[in-house]
Design a protein around this ligand. Structure first.
Ligand code: GTP
Ligand code: SPV
Ligand code: MN
Length: 583
C-alpha cells in the first residue's frame, strides 16, 4: 500500500476507536451501492418512495432544519486569523471538546467512509475529500452532490491528500436505545481547522452542517487554501449567457443564502435569442489562467436547492431537474407526491405538513419548512452547460453581487474598476433568510455572501480580493444587483425570476461597450434596459433603475462606520479611502 493509503487507513482506524461504530463500510460511490442505501432507508421507514421516478421523501427533526452558525467554529491557532466575524476556538481546546463528544458516538451504528471529489474529474483545480459519517441520509445526498468513489480514490492513489471530515449525528444506540427517523443532538458543533485542513461536525444531519463537501470544505477550508495559494473559493453560481448572435460570456454571482442563486443559475430565458446555461448554482472555485483570464469550476455535482417558491411559473428548469432521481427534505406531502408553498396557487387538500401532521390549509402555518430543500443531480438539469466538466473551467467575464434589500440598492449598477467591485462585494448587505437559524428578515452585513462561510479573517479576505488585480490580467467587470426592492404596499417591484434575463443582457452588452450608462460616484447605472413585453409601469421602473445619491452618501458613511467598528484598522486602507471620497 502507498504511504498515503496507510495514513488514511490509520486515520479511519483512529476514528473507529474513538466513535466505536458497530461496523465500517467503505463506500465505492456506485449506482448499485446508492440503490442499496436507498432500499435500506426505505426499509427502515426513514425515506418514503414518491410517485416521481427515483424520488424519495425525508423529514428532519424539527430542531434540525438549517445551518447552525452560532455553533460553527474556525479553529485557527491565532484568534485574529479567524477574524471578528467568525466564532473562534483555540484548536487544542476544541479538539478536547470534540474528543469527548465523539467518544462512542457511533455505538450501534455503521460508520460510512465516503471518498469524494469536488470538481470535474479531469480538472487540476478539483480537490479530494473523505467524509466519515454515521448517517445514511448523508451518504445518499453526497452521492448526488459530489463525484463519489472511484474518481476520488484514483487521486488519493496518485498521492493527493484528501481533506478529512468526521461527521456524526450524535445519537449513539447504546443498550436499550431505539433509533429514530432523524437522529440528532441538541448540542451541535461544526468545527474547522484551516491550518490542518480538518473538519469535525457533530449533532446535526441537515444540509451544510452535515454534507461536509459543501460549505465546510468547498467554502470554509477551500477559502483558506485559496488565500494561501492565490485563488478564490466563492459562494457563487456560474452561468453561461448566450446572446442572439451566438456570442457567449460566463458570469459568476454571489447572493447570500436563499437570495436567488439557484433561480438565476437555472433561468429559462423568455427573451428571444438569449439563453442561460448553468455550470453551478452555489459555489465557484476560480483561478487566473496563464492567459490572464479568470477561470471557474463548480466543485459540486448537484443542487441542494430551496424548494418553497419553486414552480413551473418561476423556474421551469428547476421543476424539470427534480422530476426524477431527486431527494426532498422537509417539504409537504401531497399523497405520494410533494408540495410546497408557491408550487401552485391553490393549496391542495389533505396535505401532510413537514412535521408529519395533517395540514390545515386555512391556517397561517406553512405546510413545508421555509428551508425545505431538494437534492438533485446537475446532469438532470435541462440547461446544464456543455462546459460544466471542462478541466480548465470556464472564463469569467462578469462578477455579480446581490443582496435582498427592500430599499436603496438599485436593480443593477456597474463598478468602474476592480477596487470598486471589491467594495461592492465587501458592502453586501441582505435580509436574513431561513437558510440559517435566527430571525429571518433582519438586515445584516454579509460581505461577498461569505459571512457564514469564510475560513479566515474577513478583512484579509477583502485584501485577498484586491490583490487579484495584477498587470496582464483581464479583470472581470463587477456588478451589483437587487431583485428584491419593495413598494409601499410591501410588494416586490421587479418581477424577478426569468425577467432577470433583461438585467443579464444589459450586463452582457455593457461588457461589450454597447450600452449607454449614467455615471455616478457609486457606479454606472443603465440609461435604459430592454423592457419589451414587460409588465411594469414607468414610475416603478425608474424607481428600481435609479439611485438616490443622498441616500447612497449616507450608506457610504454607514459602511465606513460598520467597517471601522467591525474590523478596526485591519481592513485595507483603499476601502475606507474610496468610500470616504463619496460622502
Ligand atoms: P441557497 O441555496 O440557500 O444558497 O439559496 P439561493 O441563493 O440559491 O436562493 P434560491 O434561488 O433558492 O432562492 C431563494 C428564494 O428566493 C426562493 O424562495 C425563490 O423563490 C426566491 N427568489 C429567487 N429569485 C427571485 C427573484 O428574482 N425575485 C423574487 N421575488 N424572489 C426570488
Ligand atoms: C446555504 O445556506 O447557502 C445553502 C444551504 O446552500 S446549506 O447547504 O445548508 O448550507
Ligand atoms: Mn448556498
Amino acid at each position: 500500500m502507498k504511504e498515503l493509503e496507510v495514513s488514511l487507513s490509520k486515520k479511519i482506524d483512529e476514528f473507529k476507536q474513538l466513535c466505536k461504530p458497530e461496523s465500517v463500510v467503505i463506500c465505492d460511490g456506485s449506482k448499485g451501492e446508492y440503490d442499496g442505501f436507498i432500499r435500506e432507508l426505505v426499509g427502515n421507514g426513514i425515506a418514503k418512495p414518491l410517485k416521481r421516478k427515483g424520488c424519495y421523501y425525508f423529514r428532519s427533526d424539527p430542531k434540525d432544519v438549517a445551518r447552525v452558525e452560532s455553533c460553527t467554529f474556525i479553529c485557527s491557532k491565532k484568534e485574529e486569523d479567524a477574524g471578528p466575524t467568525n466564532n473562534w476556538s483555540e484548536p487544542m481546546a476544541m479538539k478536547t471538546r470534540l474528543m469527548a463528544l465523539f467518544e462512542g458516538c457511533m455505538k450501534g451504528r455503521t460508520m460510512y467512509v465516503i471518498p469524494y471529489l469536488m470538481g470535474p474529474e479531469s480538472s487540476p483545480m478539483s480537490k479530494v475529500g473523505i467524509e466519515i459519517t454515521d448517517s445514511l441520509y448523508v451518504c445518499v445526498n453526497m452521492y448526488i452532490m459530489t463525484r463519489m468513489g472511484k474518481a476520488a480514490m484514483d487521486r488519493i492513489d496518485r498521492g493527493e491528500k484528501p481533506v478529512i471530515g468526521l461527521h456524526s449525528v450524535g445519537m449513539p444506540l447504546s443498550e436499550g436505545i431505539k433509533d429514530v427517523a432523524w437522529p440528532c443532538n441538541d448540542e451541535k458543533v461544526i468545527a474547522h481547522f484551516p491550518e490542518t485542513r480538518e473538519i469535525f461536525s457533530f449533532g446535526s444531519g441537515y444540509g451544510g452542517n452535515a454534507l461536509l463537501g459543501k460549505k465546510c470544505f468547498a467554502l470554509r477550508i477551500a477559502s483558506s487554501m485559496a488565500k494561501d495559494e492565490g485563488w478564490l473559493a466563492e459562494h457563487m453560481l456560474i452561468i453561461g449567457v448566450t446572446n442572439p448572435e451566438g456570442k457567449k460570456k460566463y458570469f459568476a454571482a454571489a447572493f447570500p443564502s436563499a437570495c436567488g442563486k439557484t433561480n438565476l443559475a437555472l433561468l429559462k430565458s423568455q427573451m428571444p435569442g438569449w439563453k442561460v446555461e448553468c455550470v453551478g448554482d452555489d459555489i465557484a472555485w476560480m483561478k487566473f489562467g496563464d492567459d490572464g483570464r479568470l477561470y471557474a469550476i463548480n466543485p459540486e455535482n448537484g443542487f441542494f436547492g430551496v424548494a418553497p417558491g419553486t414552480s413551473y411559473d418561476t423556474n421551469p428548469y428547476a421543476m424539470e431537474t427534480i422530476k426524477e432521481d431527486a431527494l426532498f427534505t422537509n417539504v409537504a406531502l401531497n399523497g405520494d407526491d410533494v408540495w410546497w408553498e408557491g408550487m401552485s396557487k391553490d393549496v391542495p387538500d389533505n396535505l401532510i405538513n413537514w412535521k408529519g401532521e395533517r395540514h390545515d390549509k386555512f391556517s397561517k402555518e406553512k405546510a413545508s419548512h421555509p428551508n425545505a430543500r431538494f437534492t438533485a443531480k446537475a446532469s438532470n438539469c435541462p440547461n446544464i452547460d456543455p462546459n460544466m466538466e471542462a478541466a480548465e473551467g470556464v472564463p469569467i467575464e462578469g462578477i455579480i453581487f446581490g443582496g435582498r434589500r427592500a430599499s436603496l440598492a438599485p436593480l443593477v449598477m456597474e463598478a468602474k474598476d476592480w477596487t470598486m467591485g471589491t467594495i461592492y462585494g465587501a458592502s453586501l448587505c441582505s435580509e436574513k433568510t431561513a437558510a440559517a437559524e435566527g430571525k429571518a428578515g433582519e438586515m445584516r452585513q454579509d460581505p461577498f455572501a461569505m459571512i457564514p462561510f469564510c475560513g479566515y479573517n474577513m478583512a484579509d479576505y477583502v485584501a485577498h480580493w484586491l490583490s487579484m488585480e495584477k498587470t496582464g490580467r483581464k479583470m472581470p467587470k463587477v456588478f451589483t444587483v437587487n431583485w428584491f426592492r419593495k413598494n409601499k404596499a410591501d410588494e416586490f417591484i421587479w418581477p424577478g425570476f426569468s425577467e432577470n434575463m433583461r438585467v443579464l443582457s444589459w450586463m452582457f452588452d455593457s461588457i461589450d461597450g454597447k450600452v449607454e450608462k449614467l455615471e455616478t460616484p457609486f457606479g454606472s447605472l443603465p440609461v435604459a434596459i430592454n423592457t419589451k413585453g414587460l409588465n411594469i409601469d414607468e414610475k416603478s421602473l425608474k424607481e428600481v433603475l435609479t439611485i438616490d445619491q443622498k441616500d447612497y452618501k449616507s450608506e457610504s458613511k454607514r459602511l465606513i462606520d460598520y467597517f471601522t467598528m467591525t474590523y478596526g484598522d485591519s481592513l485595507p486602507d483603499e476601502v475606507l479611502t474610496r468610500l470616504s471620497k463619496n460622502n
